[in-house]
Design a protein around this ligand. Sequence first.
Ligand SMILES: NC(=O)c1ccc[n+]([C@@H]2O[C@H](COP(=O)([O-])OP(=O)(O)OC[C@H]3O[C@@H](n4cnc5c(N)ncnc54)[C@H](OP(=O)(O)O)[C@@H]3O)[C@@H](O)[C@H]2O)c1
Length: 305
Amino acid sequence: MKAIVVTDQAAGTAGMTLAERPEPPAAINDVVVEVRASGYVPTEVDWPSTWTDRADRDRSPSILGHEMAGVVTALGYGTTGLSVGQRVFGLTDWHRDGTLAEYVAVEARNLAPLPGDVDFTVGASLPISGLTAWQGLFDHGRLRAGQTVLAHGAAGAVGTMVTQLAREAGAYVIGTGRTADRQKALDFGAHEFVDLGNDKLADVGGVDLVFDVIGGDVQKQSAALIRPGGTLVTVVGPVESRPADGLAIDFVVEADRAQLTEIVQRVRDGRLRTNIGTVATLDEAVATFNSTERTKGKTVIHVHP
Ligand SMILES: NC(=O)c1ccc[n+]([C@@H]2O[C@H](COP(=O)([O-])OP(=O)(O)OC[C@H]3O[C@@H](n4cnc5c(N)ncnc54)[C@H](OP(=O)(O)O)[C@@H]3O)[C@@H](O)[C@H]2O)c1
């Protein structure tokens, strides 16, 4: 099968190639999915799990991509809950070969059914950004109606999900980003917008929850705004700055069928819009990921037509 492969960690994104790889077998509790569309997070080539297995052994050549939508083509021994021919979407194991390939093997419990009225491109764009936003706001941030959320990078893939889900949950949402991101953040539901290049974050006042996708100084300034009992949630590595009287949590998104189902239901009924920037084919993927043009929103690769 065709797949986007990396073999040289030092080469970074420039080391990606479109290669021929064997089709994956379905292990216990797995399904094999014919990938129709795949997402990709630009930092994947830097993640240790791209290069090693769970025992820390070299696992390259590695196939990139960890979110997808497609159709189940085979079941492993003992697999329950999904059937051959079913439309599915979800997040795959960081330590296994990924979704930028014609087929991927994945534990069935990591996937949810993809309703017939949600196309594969949209399905592939949802798992990482949707689950990250959901888990950060509700599992880790314990968001409640009436609270104020500072949503950094509010025009980005994760940030647009954070903004919409927080607002739907009854929060007051302050989005941040670059000057050019203002209208997009407001369009996705932010009540107000802070231009990190020109406005002062300190002028925002107290907030209950900071959702950090930037880190560094932005995280530091944001931690100082958190009200007693509030929470700083970050997805860009270990916490560097803690609120004086609150919680600080960093996490890596996990697969969750029930949450995927909640997310896709919101897409179906119009409560949630996905933020897709670029769509390309698997043959174009290497050039797309190496393009110097800044893409906004999620890049989705069409694999099987
Ligand atoms: N731990 C996890 O489970 C997890 C899950 C998902 C994502 N992540 C990480 O979260 C980060 C965001 O992911 P994403 O997919 O949402 O990326 P994205 O689509 O690029 O969104 C990030 C947004 O923040 C803006 N931004 C970044 N730095 C900024 C700064 N200093 N000032 C103003 N705006 C800034 C970006 O603007 P520009 O595009 O103009 O820079 C962009 O609009 C990435 O580092 C990703 O690896 C972690």
